[in-house]
Write a protein that binds this ligand. Structure first.
Ligand code: UDP
Ligand code: MG
Length: 319
């Protein structure tokens, strides 16, 4: 095995067969310009197409190409994490496989890193080819996240460069339901934002359907704040206060007047409202309890089924 590469580029891929060759070509071109030592770590996150085979073929004659194959689909955030465990570089760059993040920006990131920034992330100022729903939901998500947590997070994807120091700190965080972007903000260090226009997917389809986006949002919010839990406390106080006032009023009517309050409809609607709220809050509680459960099981984050180009004697990555 050759000497340690200075830069590790992590490319998570899940069924990216239509784009992966172009991605490889563009990355090679960019890194060729930079004339620095690097490794391309493709993480195959349970693809059911030929993505991994294509990379294997490249790896056969190109020893900058490395591959980590997960035993099944573990999800984007875990795939990135696996890549970081295997990365050897002094700086680690994470980039999507679908060319929505322009590889050319890596050069700018490296320049900023050389100036001394430990995290250089790419902030998307415009996102072409994405639905208003996706953009709207993303911006709403970051707004809620900022309001409910103490760490500042901007609307960026996972396209970023991180110094070795940052990666080492991230690797110490064992949490299961990972929101890597939040973790990077959490560890701190000197961060710099490069603005760019996010492009359309080069080919293929988004691997983030609504269900996955909701899961990621919940991970983001629930693993960085418990304000949602407190919400039920505040709402409970408010509602029981109101209930108490209403009770006094009803008692007053019953004792001092001949009137009584009628109304089946009002009773039912109040019951529906309150029971609904209680169930909602039980659901929130369940989110957190489920997360505690996930952590106590202590399962590994991912299972690797195969690697290519990795030093088998190097045990620095997680077992
Ligand atoms: N991805 C992955 N595992 C998954 C889903 C996605 O490794 O379970 C990868 C995917 O191949 C791509 C990146 O994560 O490189 C971002 O996914 P995608 O482009 O589908 O998300 P979007 O850009 O639509 O948010
Ligand atoms: Mg994409």
């Amino acid at each position: 095995m050759t000497a340690k590469a200075a830069f590790s580029i992590i490319i998570p891929m899940h069924n990216e067969e239509p784009v992966i060759e172009e991605t490889y070509r563009r990355l090679k071109k960019v890194m060729g310009i930079a004339d620095l030592s690097y490794e391309l770590i493709f993480v195959n996150d349970g693809s059911t197409d030929r993505s991994a085979e294509i990379i294997m073929d490249y790896g056969y004659w190109d020893d900058t190409v490395k591959l980590v194959e997960l035993s099944r689909n573990f999800g984007h955030q875990i795939a990135i994490t696996a890549g970081m465990d295997y990365a050897q570089g002094n700086a680690v760059i994470i980039i999507d496989a679908d060319l929505q993040d322009p590889p050319e920006l890596i050069l700018e990131m490296i320049a900023k890193w050389q100036e001394g920034f430990e995290v250089v992330y790419a902030k998307r100022v415009k996102r072409s080819g994405e639905t208003w729903f996706k953009k709207g939901s993303a911006s709403l998500f970051y707004r809620i996240l900022r309001a409910s947590t103490d760490i500042s997070m901007v609307d960026t994807g996972d396209f970023r460069l991180m110094d070795r120091k940052v990666v080492n700190e991230l690797r110490k965080l064992p949490e299961n339901n990972r929101f890597v972007h939040g973790l990077v903000s959490w560890v701190g260090f000197r961060q710099y934002a490069i603005e760019y226009e996010r492009e359309e997917r080069f080919a293929g389809e988004t691997q983030y359907p609504l269900k996955r986006m909701l899961k990621l949002s919940m991970d983001g919010i629930a693993s960085f704040s418990y304000k949602l839990l407190k919400l039920s406390g505040y709402a409970g106080m408010l509602l029981s206060g109101l209930g108490f006032v209403f009770l006094l009023y009803v008692l007053f009517l019953a004792i001092f007047t001949t009137e009584t309050i009628k109304g089946w409809a009002s009773l039912i609607s109040i019951m529906l409202l309150f029971n609904g709220f209680v169930l909602l809050m039980l659901g929130v509680l369940g989110e957190y309890v489920g997360r505690i459960y996930d952590e106590t099981k202590g399962r590994p984050l991912y299972i690797v089924s195969n690697t290519l180009g990795m030093d088998p004697h190097d045990l620095s990555h997680r077992p």
